[in-house]
Design a binder for this molecule. Structure first.
Ligand SMILES: [Zn+2]
Ligand SMILES: [Zn+2]
Length: 390
C-alpha cells in the first residue's frame, strides 16, 4: 500500500555516504559521531543546542483530535539509496538496513505522523559491549540450556533499535475522603482450663477505632515514562528503567544511521491513560500517608490534572531473539546503562539432573533423621509438583 501523502510530500529514504570513500557512515557510540566502517573517517553530529521543551498536552490532544484521519498504511515501499533495490518496510519502522546491501537507510516517515520526536538519548553501548553484558547475564542463569550459551558466541541477531517513548509531567490536586484506623487495646477476661480446672485470665485485645477524615494532596510528576512500542512486551520495556533523561539530545536523524527505529504505536492519549494509572497509584500512597494512623480506608478520591505536558523521545536498546524448543525468547539491554532484562528458557535436562542430585542428598539426610514420620513423602511431592511446572 502506498502511504497517504500530504500534498507535496513524498516518502523518501537516505543514507549518509562517507566524503572520502563513499561507503555508508553509521553512528558510533564510542565517539558519539558518524563513522565510516571502511576508512575510519568520522563526521561530528552537531544538532542545534536548543533547550528540550515540554509540550502542552491538552493543546496537542485537541489538535490530534482534528487530524485523526491522517492514518498510516500497512507497509511502505522503500528504495535503497545505495544499491537501488526496492523493499517493503513495516509501517512503524523509521530506519533500518537495506536487506540486500546492508546500507543503513533512514526515512522521513515522521512527516506523515501527527507528531515527530524532538529528542533522544544516543547509543552509549556498542554491539560488542552489549554482547559482553548478555554473555555475563547468561552465565549467571541457573538451568540455562547450553544452546543459549552458544548463541552468545554469534551476533547476527543482535539488533540495535531506538524505541519510541512518551514522557508525561503533571501537576495533580487530589481530594479524598476516608477513614483513619487507630489501634487500641481493650481489657478482656477469658476463661481457660489449666490441668482440667477452670480459670479466668485477663488479656489485652487489639481493636481498631475508625475516624472519618478528608483532605487533599498535591503532587507534581516529572517525566513519567511510557513505552510507545507494541513490538516489544511492556514488561521488558518497563524493566529497562531508569534512563538518564537529563542527557537528552535534540533529535537528528544522523543518530539513527545503522540502527532500526520505530515511530510510536501507542497513541498520545492512550499513553497518558497508562501514565495516569501510575500516578494514581502514587497518589493513593500519598493519601494513605496523609491519613496516618495504623490502617487507612480511601472511600472517595478525585484526581485533577493541571499543566500536563509531554515529550516524544527515542531511547536506545539492544535486543536479541532466541529460539528454544520452538518457543521465542527475547532479551533487551538499556544501551545507556547496560541494564539487561530477558525472558529465559530452562533446560529440562539440567533441572532433572539437579533435582535428582537434590533428591539423593535429601534422601540420605531424611532417611537418616526422619524415617518414620512421613516427611520424606511430603518432600517428594513438592519436587514432583515443581518438575511438572517446568
Ligand atoms: Zn570512508
Ligand atoms: Zn541496498
Amino acid at each position: 500500500m502506498k502511504p497517504k501523502l500530504k500534498e507535496g510530500t513524498h516518502f523518501t529514504q537516505r543514507s549518509f555516504p562517507c566524503d572520502k570513500c563513499g561507503a555508508s557512515l553509521v553512528f558510533c557510540s564510542d565517539e558519539g559521531a558518524l563513522r565510516c566502517q571502511y576508512c575510519g573517517e568520522t563526521n561530528r553530529i552537531t544538532p542545534p543546542k536548543l533547550p528540550i521543551y515540554e509540550n502542552d498536552l491538552d493543546d496537542a490532544l485537541y489538535r490530534l483530535e482534528r487530524t485523526k484521519k491522517v492514518n498510516l498504511l500497512d507497509d511502505m515501499h522503500a528504495k535503497c539509496p545505495s544499491c537501488g533495490a526496492g523493499f517493503d518496510m513495516d509501517a512503524h519502522i523509521r530506519s533500518t538496513k537495506c536487506p540486500f546491501c546492508a546500507t543503513p537507510v533512514v526515512t522521513n516517515l515522521d512527516i506523515f505522523m501527527p507528531l515527530s520526536p524532538k529528542s533522544l538519548l544516543p547509543f552509549a553501548i556498542n554491539q560488542k559491549e552489549a554482547k559482553v553484558i548478555f554473555k555475563k547475564w547468561v552465565g549467571n542463569l541457573w538451568f540455562a540450556p547450553n544452546s543459549l550459551k552458544k548463541f552468545t558466541e554469534t551476533d547476527s541477531r543482535f539488533n540495535g533499535i531506538y524505541l519510541p517513548y512518551w514522557t508525561y509531567d503533571s501537576q495533580t490536586h487530589s481530594d479524598f475522603r476516608g477513614q483513619r484506623g487507630d489501634t487500641y487495646y481493650e481489657r478482656v477476661t477469658r476463661r481457660v482450663y489449666v490441668n482440667g480446672r477452670e480459670e479466668f485470665v485477663e488479656d489485652m485485645e487489639p481493636r481498631i477505632e475508625w475516624t472519618p477524615v478528608q483532605g487533599s494532596v498535591e503532587r507534581h510528576f516529572d517525566d513519567v515514562l511510557i513505552g510507545a512500542t507494541k513490538t516489544i512486551p511492556r514488561k521488558l520495556v518497563d524493566a529497562l528503567e531508569p534512563w538518564d533523561l537529563e542527557n537528552l539530545e535534540n533529535f537528528d536523524d544522523q543518530y539513527l544511521s545503522g540502527f532500526e527505529s520505530e515511530v510510536y504505536q501507542v497513541a498520545l492519549d492512550d499513553g497518558f491513560h497508562y501514565a495516569k494509572e501510575y500516578m494514581s497509584y502514587e497518589i493513593r500512597e500519598a493519601v494513605r500517608h496523609r491519613i496516618g494512623g495504623d490502617r487507612q480506608k480511601i472511600t472517595d478520591l478525585k484526581i485533577y490534572h493541571d499543566k500536563s505536558t509531554f515529550k516524544y523521545i527515542l531511547l536506545p536498546i539492544w535486543t536479541a531473539h532466541f529460539k528454544y524448543n520452538k518457543k521465542d525468547f527475547r532479551f533487551a539491554i538499556n544501551a545507556r546503562s547496560g541494564q539487561i532484562k530477558g525472558e529465559r528458557p530452562y533446560s529440562k535436562t539440567k533441572i532433572f539432573l539437579a533435582v535428582a542430585l537434590g533428591l539423593a542428598i535429601l534422601g540420605t539426610f531424611f532417611l537418616a533423621a526422619e524415617m518414620e514420620n512421613g516427611m520424606i513423602s511430603q518432600h517428594f511431592d513438592q519436587i514432583h509438583i515443581r518438575l511438572d511446572n517446568f
